[in-house]
Design a protein. Sequence first.
Length: 167
Amino acid sequence: QVPVHKLVNIPARVLQLSGSLPGCLSASSPAAGRQEQETRPPVTAALLEAALNGEDIPPQSAILVSTGWGKRWMEPDYLSASPYFTTDAMEWIVDKRPFLLGADLPRWENLERPQNIFPLFYGADILMLAPLVRLEELPAGWVRLTALPLAVTGSCCVPCRAVVTGF
């Protein structure tokens, strides 16, 4: 239902949390060096705000949240140990009024300690682009995002090809 022209060259702010979350990989740290965590690392509003470095995000931009988790795509705990968004993080995101939220997290909610983020997220009519890979390779800052989904009727989610330019 979203016209293709709205999905091309979207201004997108990359928030690099790589290295800020316990158990997540920084762009330079090897997988063997990560600490094992008993719980899933939370993505909080404080972490998002710190990654923004005092800048603002204009409404209808895209926000891309990178934790380094995309590097773990083929690991057995990729889904079960994924970071998640806290309630205050989702409130922070919704308050920015983005057009699209992309993240390298395959499981945005904490099923063990529910944050109830999806009513906030879907109530704000924000598009979801996840899980993404290779976000940790992008510099923090502004880029251009093009995300082209397959034209599948009667579905709420479909595969997309996402490309970032302008960095």
